[in-house]
Write a protein that binds this ligand. Structure first.
Ligand code: 5AD
Length: 350
């Protein structure tokens, strides 16, 4: 079967075999990519209209006990200036978002485990009482089932934890020995079980990634059925072991966004900051490929510069209101607009 045939089959059956994925991912052309994007765009519209959900992200601490080879805030990066924003400052950032119509707050940090936990439950409660009916998404890395449970009981709605790769050997090439894929997957299943809208995901073009590892990613995502999928290009950071690897490609990122949309239909799919960092207009290209979420950064500009997961990361050069205004304009130029609702998983049938 040729690539178009495989894309049609994916649309109908919602999955492909391992070898079919490998053929598709290793031999698709630009025309095939656009064919997939056309289908993905229609599916996104069927469930969500020509609307894009908006989330405000607060990168509240860059302190991390992990040493992932790709990441700029890894613990061995001695050049990094550590920070941990106060609760007051976090709430202030969220207020600015709220005043600009944002109803989902994404709290992201390095993996600091237990030290974060008690303050996080307090923060979630504060957010929920100050901003009525807001949604809270967390992105704090790997925790135990009981810790996730505490966060869920405090009111958190969603959790992002990219699996990074579903292939064991590839996982080893991206991470030090004290991390393992089985635990990461276990975390994702725990999050699902606890009723979080759960997001997994990968970097496209991460070092040592192949069509075979990507095929495993697609199969894993099909079995997990995540409510959210984060897909952005790998971009090297100069103070990491992967400094000299090339960045992932825009084309592959867009293709994977489209394939995820076709396979998972209703999943919440951000056009990521990394995609926007790689190419001007990258995020609107992501929307046209089937993404339906954009996450402007609410972190204060002077703090953001210490949260560089990769070099040349798109960062706020203007107040939140202007950033939201500029994004709205970009969206209207392609016939889309922001949806200022909470943006839960599910969508609607038009
Ligand atoms: N390039 C692109 N994305 C990165 N991330 C971490 N480092 C990089 C990088 N160098 C992504 C990882 C992580 C998420 C928070 O950021 O996929 O899960």
């Amino acid at each position: 079967m040729n690539c178009r045939g495989l894309i049609d089959k994916l649309e109908q059956e919602k999955t492909l075999s391992f070898s079919e994925w490998v053929i598709l991912l290793s031999s698709y052309s630009k025309a095939d990519r656009l064919y997939a994007a056309g289908k993905a765009g229609m599916i996104a519209q069927k469930h969500y209209g020509k609307k894009v959900f908006i989330r405000g992200i607060v990168e509240f601490s860059n302190i991390c006990s992990n040493d992932c080879f790709y990441c700029g805030i890894r613990k061995s990066n001695a050049l990094l200036k550590c920070y941990n924003m106060s609760d007051e400052l976090i709430l202030e950032c969220c207020r600015t978002g709220w005043e600009n119509g944002i109803k989902t707050f994404v709290l992201q940090s390095g993996e600091a485990g237990k030290c974060n936990l008690m303050r996080l439950t307090g923060l979630i409660q504060q957010l929920k009482s100050r901003f009525s009916n807001c949604a809270v998404t967390l992105s704090l890395g790997e925790l135990s089932f009981d810790e996730y449970k505490l966060l869920r009981e405090a009111g958190a709605d969603r959790y992002l934890l990219r699996h990074e790769t579903a292939n064991e050997a590839h996982y080893r090439q991206l991470h030090p020995d004290n991390m393992n894929l089985a635990n990461r997957m276990e975390c994702l299943y725990s999050l699902k079980k606890l009723g979080f809208q759960t997001g997994c995901g990968i970097m496209t073009g991460s070092p040592y990634q192949t069509p075979e590892t990507l095929a495993e990613d697609m199969l894993f995502m099909h079995s997990l059925q995540p409510e959210m999928v984060g897909i952005g290009p790998f971009i090297p950071h100069k103070d990491t072991p992967f400094a000299n690897f090339p960045a992932g490609s825009v084309e592959l990122t867009l293709m994977l966004l489209s394939l995820c949309r076709i396979m998972l239909e209703k999943t919440l799919l951000p056009a990521t900051t990394a995609l926007g960092s790689l190419i001007p207009g990258g995020r609107t290209m992501g929307i046209l490929a089937g993404a339906n979420v954009i996450m402007p950064n609410l972190t204060p500009a002077d703090v953001q510069k210490n949260y560089l997961l990769y070099n040349d990361k798109l960062s706020a050069d203007k107040p939140v209101a202007d950033a939201v205004g500029a994004l709205s304009k970009e969206l209207s130029a392609i016939g889309y607009e922001f949806d200022f609702g909470r943006g839960d998983f599910g969508g609607r049938i038009c």
